[in-house]
Ligand binder design. Structure first.
Ligand code: G1P
Length: 287
């Protein structure tokens, strides 16, 4: 029997050093694309995909994230008193008891961050979403993966082609048989030095079985001296079904300055309210 994916883990303890000074006193996940913080895009993706329990793995200096998903009493009260619409913030607040926040006390790597959620995840399959990867598609990326998971079960990671020169920045898949959007995963390596097994990278979306938590328990440091999720996942290959999923949509790497600006431009151009004026301005800039 394939157990449904009800829980999603959002590792949000990272320091965001690539975006300094913007992220000195503000979590990088609160950076906005047009008018919405990155974390909200990722949480909405999960909820639309049927996730019921949101789990943030957070750290010191990240309280703005908790406030964002809570009631903003003063703001809401003042807006109501002034007869202003609350439409822009309606629905951000989650149901009582969710999100759950657990702390990653030290920045020991993505694998360690995910492992910090083990008590909340329990004995269930779960999703992991990295919010600095902004995914735009219909249905959204996680929903497409959840639909594929209903057919094959096991573990599924996003699979996205990158240039050969980029493979040393990511978790890379050794691909096996291809069936539509699903590719069998025969190996995984984090940030390969030298020749990569393919140019299929993992773009920050995962559906994992709880056994990965047991592996992470004793997982040593890997690439970059960090405890890598990729290394723990690699140990499930051959024991459980493991697939890569090719997303029908667009990825914006908002952990990178150029990718972040591209996301802002693309999503602004797609907006009915500001799209036309942004388009005219961009055209005038480009001559
Ligand atoms: C992490 C993962 C890597 C994945 C990437 C996607 O790397 O370790 O496997 O491909 O996210 O963004 P990081 O960007 O944290 O170095």
């Amino acid at each position: 029997m394939i157990k449904p994916v009800r829980k999603a883990v959002f590792p949000v303890a990272g320091l965001g050093t690539r975006f300094l000074p913007a992220t000195k006193a503000m979590p990088k996940e609160m950076l906005t694309v047009v008018d919405k913080p990155l974390i909200q895009y990722a949480v909405e993706e999960a909820l639309e995909a049927g996730i019921e329990q949101i789990i943030f793995v957070t750290g010191r200096g990240k309280s703005a994230l908790e406030d964002h998903f809570d009631i903003s009493y003063e703001l809401e009260d003042t807006m109501r008193a002034r007869g202003k619409s609350l439409a822009a913030i309606d629905g951000i607040r989650q149901k009582p008891g969710s999100p759950v926040y657990v702390r990653q006390q030290e920045p020991l790597g993505l694998g360690h961050a995910v492992w910090c959620a083990r008590e909340i995840v329990g004995d269930e399959p779960f999703a992991v979403l990295l919010p600095d990867e902004l995914m735009v598609g219909t249905p959204n990326f996680l929903k497409q993966m959840v639909d594929a998971y209903a057919g094959v079960g096991g573990n599924i990671v996003g699979a996205l082609e990158v240039a050969d020169s980029e493979t040393d920045k990511y978790g890379i898949i050794s691909p096996g048989a291809v069936d539509g959007r699903l590719t069998e995963v025969t190996g995984l390596v984090e940030k390969p030095k030298g020749k990569a097994p393919s140019n299929l990278m993992i773009p920050g979306r995962y559906i994992l079985q709880p056994e990965v938590m047991r592996i992470l328990e004793t997982q040593g440091a890997g690439a970059g001296g960090e405890i890598q999720l990729t290394d723990a996942m690699a140990q499930l290959i051959g024991k459980q079904p493991f697939h890569g999923f090719t997303f029908d949509g667009h990825r914006y790497d908002c952990g990178d300055k150029a990718g972040y600006i591209q996301a802002n431009l693309a999503l602004a151009l797609a907006r009915e309210d500001i799209g036309p004026s942004v388009r005219a301005f961009a055209q005038s800039l480009l001559g």
